[in-house]
Structures are given as C-alpha cells and as structure tokens.
Ligand binder design. Sequence first.
Ligand SMILES: [Zn+2]
Ligand SMILES: [Zn+2]
Ligand SMILES: [Zn+2]
Length: 138
Amino acid sequence: MDELRQELKIRGYRLTSQREAVLRAIYEGACTQSVEEIHERAKQWLPSLGLTTVYRTLELLKHARKVQEIYLGDGKVRYEPILETHHHHLICQVCGKVEPVEGCFLSPFEGATLVRNGFQILGHRLELYGRCRDCQEG
Ligand SMILES: [Zn+2]
Ligand SMILES: [Zn+2]
Ligand SMILES: [Zn+2]
C-alpha cells in the first residue's frame, strides 16, 4: 500500500481521502470484487463516499495499471489489484463461488515468442469453470 501510494504520487496522481478509501477497499478486500462490493467496503472508512467516485477512481487506477478488470462470464465486471504474482480463478458453475488458485502453470510462456506466428506473449488470463467441493454430488 505505501509503495503504491508513493508511486501514484510520483506519477502525479493526487491521493484524496476518497481515492485512498477506494484503493484500500480494493487491496484489502477479496479478489474479484464488483463495484458495489468495493463501494460497500470503502464506505466503512468514508461513509459519504459516492458510487461515482468509486467508478472514477477505478478508471484512474486502471490507467495507472494498478487494477485490472476481471470477467467471469456472467456479464458483470469485477476488479482486483495487479500484483507481482498473479493467480487464477476457479468458478463454480453451480453456486457461483469464486476461489483464487495460487501458482501459474502458464508462467513459462510469459515473454516467450510463439514460433508459428511470431507473437510475443506479455500476459494472459485464465478462468477455470467447474464444480466446487460443496457442489459435487456423492
Ligand atoms: Zn483474484
Ligand atoms: Zn459450488
Ligand atoms: Zn497465470
């Protein structure tokens, strides 16, 4: 958080108490939070915080490449911080629960160039769909 604050300041972003609350909500909350969830969480530190400010701050953080949008296939946009070590999501198709899964078996491909089409890979996203432990029968 402190490093992030420094970095945003260096880049010329003013950290108002509103932005600060949104930032904190994103970093301290669970991964894949919806705008409403971020808003709810941020309001505990700043009850007067409006939803518009949350949207604006998210735009700013996206611009600063600190936050990314996550799509889980239900048409809702969710957000989570861009951290040095990334993770993937297990999505239960029965109850809708989202579990983060540590480790990445695709990381050897980062920075590699695909021979066939000369494409350089710089990043990836992966969501795994299925049934969580609770939703499996028997
Ligand atoms: Zn996540
Ligand atoms: Zn489930
Ligand atoms: Zn990965």
